[in-house]
Ligand binder design. Sequence first.
Ligand code: ADP
Ligand code: MG
Length: 252
Amino acid sequence: MLMISAQNIQKNFEKLEVLRGVSLDIQKGEVVAVIGPSGSGKSTFLRCLNRLETIDGGTIEIEGEKLVLTGAEGIPKYAEEAKARMICRKMGMVFQQFNLFPHLTVLENVIEAPLTVKGVKREEILPEAEELLRKVGLEDKLNSYPSRLSGGQKQRVAIARALAMKPDILLFDEPTSALDPELTGEVLKAMRQLAEEHMTMIVVTHEMGFAREVANRVIFMDKGEIVEQGTPEEVIDHPKQQRTQAFLNHIN
Ligand code: ADP
Ligand code: MG
């Protein structure tokens, strides 16, 4: 089943062409790692997929439903607002900077969106949230505030929070880049577990070890386009394109 179909996505910030015709299809259960230099458009691409950015060209379909289509004059139009919002709820996002609500406890962070966005009953979501927090190893932090947590713990709360909305797809934007090296492992472990449960995931990352072990497919982006893609072995170990080789040499 095709979960995401992005065709010829274009995005400009003023005169800067940030995405120049990015096309990507993602099947159910695929784990896709997106790598590439800073400024290549990786974050912007993820943000376009879940409508944190508008697009200037192209089409996006999520699970066969059109999120963005190109109108008669070639101008992208969002599908009807309420419908687009529903479609986007199928995607959860985890950010580099966690983006937790500082004034809410760990448990309150996790139940907030199901309560307010979906209208799920408190007594229904509480046990689910506790179970999710147990799953990411935070059962003893339910009533802590984010400021009392390590970066790795915060990011695991962010993952539990995304999962509480029962997404079909998870988008991760450099989830371990803000962490001290000794804390990346616990976050990658939670992500690896999701992959094993066949969650569909797009992960922007510099963690080549994770990409190699967990991703089904690696995409190399540079200057707003997909330069090369394939299995981790093809892209990371035997890159064909000179730009991919240069990038991998640089980060190793
Ligand atoms: P990456 O995630 O690969 O590092 P980004 O998608 O964050 O790249 O950025 C791609 C380019 O778009 C960069 O040149 C960046 O400066 C620019 N950019 C990103 N967001 C904005 C914005 N809101 N306004 C203007 N320029 C932006
Ligand atoms: Mg980025």
